[in-house]
Design a protein around this ligand. Structure first.
Ligand code: ZN
Length: 275
């Protein structure tokens, strides 16, 4: 599943192809994504310039003067850029945006992605139901140890689950939660409210560092988005604990353990990560 770093890398890859360019045509072959693609989308967008391509959590926000196209990759979505002519559409190629001279194609086999329109003047974008409850961005200057400390008080759930919930900070998906907790030396089962200010500080730094590294690694594969795979999960090669059950910890050689929390796999080093 695409996580925040993959979405940010997608944004960086698409931005030069769309920002300051005009939508020439929109083709919707399959409107049945997670929610129906608005039937009037082609008319709404044609002839209008994309001012900026932004990201909020795992949503891409295509900002126009008259509104915002909100898109989400769901479980399996990928945007690819075809600089000149796109090849014939396959059965999972649901939407084409012809912007400037390029074709941007949304491919989504499982169709959990989304493409929605929010007109300007219908309230602040931050108040949109999909965005209103998102936590702070991990790279927002306000996100630090003190923030994490404040937002974990009274939370009896395990810190891994609190990170995944995305209300304290957004974008720490399953891979990055395990990796961040390893880097901070915190056992994923610790009740969030038990973390003191110092461990919250370490964790906030770890979250930022792990996500920044994943984006940097993905950034080096930006070319792949042009007429190529754009596969997610490039961070995995360098994971410290994720998907490494039974393998030796890179720091202390203790075997990495796997457990299930909230129906998701968690990986951790029982020696490096303290309760
Ligand atoms: Zn270890």
């Amino acid at each position: 599943m695409p996580e925040l770093p993959e979405v940010e890398v997608t944004r960086q890859a698409l931005a030069p192809w769309v920002e300051g360019r005009t939508v020439r045509a929109v083709t919707v072959r399959e409107p049945r994504l997670r929610w129906p693609v608005p039937p009037r989308l082609p008319r709404l967008l044609a002839g209008h310039e994309v001012l900026r391509l932004e990201r909020r959590g795992k949503y891409l926000l295509w900002r126009f003067a008259h509104g915002t196209l909100i898109s989400h990759l769901g479980m399996s979505g990928v945007w690819r850029v075809h600089p000149l002519r796109a090849p014939p559409a396959g059965r999972h190629d649901h939407v084409d945006l012809r912007i400037g001279g390029a074709c941007l194609r949304l491919t989504d086999p499982r169709r959990f992605g989304a493409l929605l329109w929010q007109p300007a003047g219908s309230g602040a974008l931050d108040d949109h139901p999909l965005l209103a409850r998102l936590g702070i961005e991990p790279f927002d200057p306000r996100f630090d140890g003190a923030w994490l400390y404040r937002h974990t008080r009274g939370r009896v759930a395990a810190i891994k689950l609190v990170l995944l919930a995305g209300e304290a900070v957004v974008g720490v998906g399953n891979i990055y939660a395990s990796e961040s907790l390893f880097r901070a030396g915190i056992d994923p089962r610790v009740p969030a409210r038990r973390l003191g200010p110092r461990r919250c500080e370490r964790l906030a730094r770890a979250v930022r560092a792990v996500l920044a590294e994943a984006i940097a690694v993905g950034g080096s594969t930006l070319r792949d988005f042009v007429s190529a795979s754009g596969e997610a999960g490039y961070f995995m090669r360098e994971a410290a604990v994720y998907d490494r059950a039974g393998a030796p910890c890179r720091a202390c050689s203790t075997r990495i353990r796997r457990l299930v929390q909230g129906q998701r796999a968690t990986y951790f080093c029982p020696r490096c990560q303290r309760k």
